[in-house]
Design a protein around this ligand. Sequence first.
Ligand code: GLC
Length: 432
Amino acid sequence: MDLATYESQLCRDLTLPAEALTRMAQSFKEAMSAGLAGRTSSLKMLPSFLALPTGAEKGRVIAVDFGGTNVRVLEAELTGRGEVKIEQMRRFPLVDPAAGYDYMSGSADASHLFGFIAARVGEIARPGVDYPLGHTFSFPCEQTGVNKARLIVWTKEFKTRGVEGQDIGALFDAALARAGVGHVKGRAIINDTVGTLLAAAYLKRDVDIASICGTGHNTCYLEPSFPATGKPMIVNMESGNFDQVPQTRFDIALDRASERPGAQKLEKMVSGYYLGEIVRHILADMATQGVLPKSAKLGQVLALKGMDLDHILSAKGELHRVSEVAQRCLGLEDLSKVQLQAIQNMVQLVARRSARLVAATFFGTLLHTDAGLAREHTVAIDGSLYEKLPGYAGWLQEALDELAPKGRVTTMLSKDGSGIGAAIAAGMTGTA
Ligand code: GLC
């Protein structure tokens, strides 16, 4: 096969026209209804036991933001006028080979992990001050109350023992007490999407959906009437697990080779952790088809990171920068200009498809909450793809404008919303 034929086939496979997005949005809406009604659905529809904040939240709080290898702890003041003033913030890794610890691995257990975080809280909490604590814990949790969250299953390669199936609030409170930080009391456990929504609600009135488009992907929204309570409630959809997605043979191969085949199908097509892998699977296929040279590195898992895709897309016409990534990460030498251009085009197709799939899920959410689009809606987003990947935010808006009347649904960056949102959540649940 020649390169031009390969490229046009690939373009057909990876381009999603508006009709395909509309169909997907419709099935997303149906999966939401099924999940809310307790029927089988790939959307877990997990209640947060929080609605939107009023802005009147007040007092000094501690927030913990835990959703990956780096944890942030902050002390903040809620002014009661819809503002959060960050007084102190520390960031620390859960894995540090030089210091000899790894709290993500199976060699650590719940008391090591939460004991370590509790000790960091102890370093910023002032003695003699009673603080409520808001805890962003960005993993799928079954909640039975705002501070009662049971971890269903670890995601993002965490393997720490004795946490799955456990109540995270109870584990953390016990760790705080053991660390002598009993004056800090856990009040709220939230997902990072929920934190992003709470933080953005302080900035803009019509925000009712929030999403993470970064290493992982997930979306929450304000459900106007949650079935069990009949009241408004923010619901964490764990939408990365949505499974009615138009997979190509590359997505199927990636899923089969992943840690948990069949799980997180949407996340595997859209999130930063996997986009490099999709690109690598396509490049390996191009080499097999003889339109690119062969290289052993094409078989190496995670050879391409999100950052490398950034370099390829930001290179624009400077193809030597694409060549630099192809050589360094994939061992592909002496590529022609046409081949380099084909690689850049393909990365763009994969990234644009991600943005369009995500847009379809936002539109599906709105089909559920406001099918006639009677109101304007803003989707708050945090994460490296949305914030940094060249073109991404624009493709997302372009797709939303194909699905809804132009400008009716817009997006905004909610930077570090998960930490700020945890502080707001602590304030929403009263004082210590
Ligand atoms: C994963 C988690 C989800 C989180 C998302 C973004 O999909 O399961 O809870 O919101 O990553 O961090």
